[in-house]
Design a protein around this ligand. Structure first.
Ligand SMILES: [Zn+2]
Length: 148
C-alpha cells in the first residue's frame, strides 16, 4: 500500500463511486481496496453520505416538482374556467337579453313573467353556489400549496 497508489485511488474514488470508471480501472481500484483499510474507509464514508462526495448538481427537493405539477394543473384549470366563463357569458347574455325584452313587454301575462323569472333565478342561484364552491376549493388549494 504505497502512498502514491493510495493518492491515485483516492482521486479516482469519487468517479468509482459514481460508476464512471473503465472496467480496468474498476478492477484495479477494487484490488487496492481489498488490501487498504484507509481507502476502504473512505469509500464507506461516501456510501454513508453520498451527497457530500458526489459533487453533482443537487437534485431539486421533491416538493419542487410537486409544486410545478400543481402550478401547471392550476394554469390549465384557469384557462378552462376562462373559456367556460366566456361561453356562459355569451349564452346567458343573449338569452338573458331576449328574456328581458319579453319580460318588459307590457301585455305579457304574469304567469309567463313568472315562467321567465323562476328559471333565471334558479340559474343565478346555481351560478352563485358554483362560484362560492370554486372560491372555497381555490382557498384550500392555496393552503395545500403553502405546505410545500
Ligand atoms: Zn489505499
Amino acid at each position: 500500500m504505497n502512498q502514491l497508489h493510495c493518492d491515485i485511488v483516492q482521486d479516482l474514488l469519487v468517479a468509482y463511486f459514481d460508476g464512471e470508471v473503465s472496467p480496468g480501472t474498476r478492477l484495479a481500484i477494487e484490488k487496492h481496496l481489498t488490501g487498504c483499510a484507509t481507502c476502504r474507509q473512505l469509500l464507506k464514508d461516501m456510501e454513508v453520505s453520498p451527497m457530500v462526495f458526489q459533487g453533482l448538481a443537487p437534485t431539486p427537493p421533491p416538493g419542487d416538482r410537486e409544486r410545478r405539477v400543481l402550478a401547471a394543473a392550476r394554469r390549465r384549470l384557469y384557462v378552462m374556467a376562462l373559456g367556460i366563463f366566456l361561453i356562459a357569458a355569451g349564452v346567458l347574455g343573449f338569452t338573458g337579453w331576449g328574456l328581458y325584452q319579453l319580460f318588459i313587454t307590457p301585455d305579457v301575462p304574469w304567469l309567463v313573467r313568472l315562467g321567465i323569472a323562476a328559471p333565471v333565478g334558479g340559474v343565478l342561484l346555481i351560478v352563485m353556489a358554483l362560484i362560492a364552491e370554486r372560491r372555497q376549493d381555490r382557498k384550500e388549494e392555496e393552503d395545500d400549496l403553502g405546505k410545500y
